[in-house]
Design a protein around this ligand. Structure first.
Ligand code: PNS
Length: 170
């Protein structure tokens, strides 16, 4: 008898910070695949609010209840990351038509590389269709209430970090 193949997928992103929209996609991917790796892009050249270790730490806490999900950092090409871990699919949430152009371009590029990796698009739940880490940070920086858009412990760290940044800026 042959051993059944494990169907492993990746949910990649910057996660600066993780939002409830991200977690919706990760949890749904976890129901579609045997295993899911949440891959946190740790490209040093980009200006982020949270360090790679902080983003990884927040995701690990947020995904702790999902048994078939693990969190890793990655640099370089996503398709190389997939080859090294026998990952067969990239799972991406699509919020609106505006996401589609860029996501289609990336999906087709990733399918054209060696190894070719397929992308599975999951429609974002309507409750999160406007949600983006960048907007969460902007609204929170101006004192808006984003407590319903990120996990509670992420909200605490976000408010604290923005206060630190504001103090630094004088
Ligand atoms: O949360 P983001 O910033 O939209 O995530 C973008 C990410 C990290 C998924 C994307 O930039 C990526 O896959 N980067 C890895 C480098 C790579 O493989 N580039 C070619 C993409 S076709």
């Amino acid at each position: 008898m042959t051993t059944p193949t494990v169907r492993r997928a990746v949910c990649p992103g910057s996660f600066d910070p993780v939002t409830n929209g991200h977690l919706d996609i990760v949890s749904r991917a976890a129901r579609l695949f045997d295993e899911v790796v949440v891959a946190v892009g740790v490209n040093v050249s980009k200006n982020r609010l949270f360090t790679p270790d902080e983003r990884l730490d927040m995701l690990r806490t947020a995904c702790a209840g999902l048994d078939n999900v693990r969190v890793e950092g990655f640099t370089g090409l996503l398709t190389d990351f997939c080859r090294d871990r026998d990952i067969v699919a990239i799972v991406k949430g699509l919020r609106a038509v505006s996401d589609f152009d860029y996501e289609l371009q990336m999906a087709q590029m990733n399918a054209s590389l060696e190894p070719a990796v397929e992308t599975v698009f999951v429609p974002t739940s309507p409750a999160y269709s406007f949600l983006a880490s960048s907007l969460v940070k902007e609204v929170a920086a101006f004192g808006g209430d984003v407590s319903g858009l990120v996990p509670g412990f992420v909200h605490e760290r976000l408010v604290q970090r923005l206060a630190e940044r504001a103090a630094e800026a004088g």
